[in-house]
Design a protein around this ligand. Sequence first.
Ligand SMILES: Cc1ncc(COP(=O)(O)O)c(C=O)c1O
Length: 244
Amino acid sequence: MNSRTKLVAFTQVSNALGTITPAKTIIEMAHRVGARVLVDGAQSVSHMKVNVQDLDADFFVFSGHKLFAPTGIGAVYGKKDLLNSLPPYQTGGNMIQDVTFERSVFHKAPNRFEAGTGNIADAVGLGAAIDYVQRIGLENIAKYEHALLAYATRRLGEIPNLRIIGTSPEKASVISLVMKGIASETVGAKLNRHGIAVRSGHHCAQPILRRLTGDDGASVVRLLQYLRRDRRDDRSIERHSIGG
Ligand SMILES: Cc1ncc(COP(=O)(O)O)c(C=O)c1O
């Protein structure tokens, strides 16, 4: 970052490694050189409480479906003066304050960015998803997921030829793993046969995963609050060596 940096964009929680980035520090560094900051909270909002004002983020975005909402809806937070200084990126109904043949005056944010009839049904779905998460309590979710993460990390560490990628002490409940000599797609397919759904490949994060795994990609396990640990986990870990 230097005085030529205009915008710093980063994830608050890495989807590939689970790393929780030091968001506040990065934002302070960016502001010191006069840059604006956009924080991608797609992976953080369902795991931790976020206070955009405390972070002092200029923009904060997330996709609703990471929070159990329908696809096609999300949120963009921006500081009021910044949003009002930005031009609309598309035009349509409800975003116009006044139009003549000579000029158009647009509403202030958020209306200036919400051209056309809104995505009402998905907004209701997002509201319901947020209510659901708040009812359980983000602190409870974080605590439970952290316990799952510690347990899974320990048990996966017992499997020969399995390497966990992303070992930051500040980590959300995402585990990326590679099995020596076995493509991540094969690992995913084998786990699928045991009813375990993981994502395989480069996870929209090719540069970092290529650097850490070569061209193999990784299998990502996301530990969510609705997973339960029971005795069957222990038995299945013991019985099914993934490499077998
Ligand atoms: C950190 C992060 N940002 C953005 C995205 C993209 O979200 P969407 O698929 O809703 O565009 C994802 C998910 O794939 C993600 O994990």
